[in-house]
Design a binder for this molecule. Structure first.
Ligand code: 4AD
Ligand code: MG
Length: 445
């Protein structure tokens, strides 16, 4: 069977007669010529109708087609340097057209619209070229993530979405009814992966996670995808080395496979080409010193106020943004105060107020894309932490068991897919990285 023609592969069809099944993205009419920009889901191509060739009846029908009309176009592919499209440089000389539906008054035209209008029309906005490019890039990033772990000896394993208790703090739980009990949507699969590695060595889960984030920021969704690798016999240094290799692979693969989409987004790819190991590593202590120095040096009173921070405080996005401006690639910040991190992180030897955590902060102001740590491996230390955090002890007995029967040093991390997509695409808000985003104020469409 021959594969049907798609615009994505138009370069392979020069001189051939092809059939495009798609939608009308835009059209311009100049005398006897009509230029239709067609989308078929895989790309955008210019198709040209010439009145004397297609005849008056068809020409006039095509001139009056509304944006997003559905149609089947047959014609011959020609190379033409000046033809716009994704990929550009080719056009189709129209021979025949079957109009399936003439769409009237499509609500999203070429002018500028407010974001709330566009989000209300997300089901249609997905067709616009930039949104289309972002989600194609997302698919490639997802594929690269899976390929990386599958080719590095990790077993892909699924963790439950309905869970009996918190893993990343109790404040962001979505509660669901579970027969006669209360349950919560998973904030992470990590705790289950800690059980999985004792059976399988190296594992990863990759799926949706849920956080009832009250924050209305450019970086938070209520539903997002996270990939979480977990590794037995792995310390913090091993983890950092894995993370930089992994992130570099994802970026370089995307650059190679999605050049046209990145160009459509006008992404400056030179900054992405830089993303190769090693990434800089700084301690939380050093990060605080650097932020203090930036704060001293700035003459902007508002920034000075935003950057106020003391040792022991968690970073807000202004801190992460200013800190990452100092580097040309993602930066690791390790050794955060125990008090600002989740309960399960291994204490720093000789410094119990600090834990063996590491966050990876993306450049260009994108902030944290990975959170990870070495995990507590001693059952008594873990039990004490569970009590300190006032977590329901009975629910965590199985988790403590993992430290009773063959405990080993182990580590893992979680990378947020949408934040990574936002950074690689260079877009200013995370909501455009999800086909149908869920945020504090939005559950529809
Ligand atoms: O730092 P977090 O909370 O880490 C964990 O959940 C660990 N259990 C991961 C692990 O070690 N297995 O979240 C990890 C990443 C963040 O760095 C961020 O990229 C993303 O998940 N993330 C969010 N993305 C979008 N919206 C939100 N509300 C997010 N919360 C976290
Ligand atoms: Mg985090």
């Amino acid at each position: 069977m021959t594969t049907p023609f798609t615009i994505e592969h138009i370069a392979d069809h020069v001189g051939q007669r092809v059939t495009v099944k798609g939608w009308l993205y835009a059209s311009t009419h100049k005398g006897k010529l009509l230029f239709l920009r067609l989308r078929d889901g895989t790309g955008i191509a210019q198709a040209v109708a010439y009145r004397p060739e297609v005849g008056d009846e068809l020409f006039d029908e095509l001139v009056h087609l509304g944006q997003e009309s559905s149609l089947i176009v047959t014609g011959t592919v020609k190379a033409n340097d000046r033809a716009p499209g994704v990929p550009g440089g080719y056009e189709i000389g129209i021979e025949a057209v079957q109009v399936l539906q003439n769409a009237v008054d499509y609500p999203i035209g070429p002018k500028e619209y407010g974001i709330e209008f566009l989000m209300d029309n997300r089901h249609l906005w997905l067709r616009s070229s930039k949104q289309w490019a972002i989600l194609r890039i997302r698919a490639t990033i997802k594929r690269a993530i899976i390929d990386f772990f599958d080719s590095h000896g990790f077993l892909n394993i699924d963790t439950p979405i309905i869970t009996p208790s918190a893993a990343e703090g109790t404040s962001t739980l979505f509660e669901v009814g579970y027969f006669d009990e209360k349950a919560y949507l998973a904030q992470t699969g990590q705790l289950y992966n800690e059980a999985n590695i004792m059976a399988f060595g190296k594992v990863y889960c990759f799926g949706p996670t849920f956080r009832a984030e009250k924050a209305k920021t450019r970086r938070h969704l209520a539903e997002f995808w996270m990939v979480e690798p977990e590794i037995a016999f792995c310390d913090l240094d091993d983890l950092i080395a894995l993370e930089e290799e992994f992130v570099s692979y994802v970026v370089q693969t995307t650059l190679r496979e999605r050049a046209a989409e990145l160009a459509l987004l006008e992404r400056d790819v030179t900054v992405l080409q830089n993303i190769t190991p090693p990434f800089p590593r700084i301690s939380y202590d050093e990060a605080i010193e650097r932020i203090h120095a930036i704060r001293e040096a700035t003459t902007d009173p508002q920034l000075k106020e935003f950057l106020a921070i003391e040792w022991g405080d968690d970073f807000g996005s202004p801190h992460e943004t200013e800190l990452t401006k100092q580097f040309d690639r993602p930066v690791f910040v390790y050794g955060y105060p125990t008090a600002v991190k989740a309960f399960y992180m291994e204490p720093w030897p000789g410094r119990p107020e600090v834990c063996k955590s590491v966050d990876l902060l993306a450049p260009e102001g994108y902030g944290e894309i990975i959170g990870g740590s070495e995990r507590m491996s001693d059952p008594d230390v873990l039990l004490a932490a569970i009590r300190r955090h006032e977590l329901p002890e009975a629910n965590y007995q199985w988790y403590i068991d993992l430290r009773r029967y063959g405990s080993v040093p182990h580590s893992g991390f979680g990378l947020g897919l949408e934040r990574t997509v936002a950074w690689i695409c260079g877009i200013d808000h995370i909501r455009q990285t999800s086909p149908f985003p869920r945020t504090l104020k939005r559950l529809t469409p």
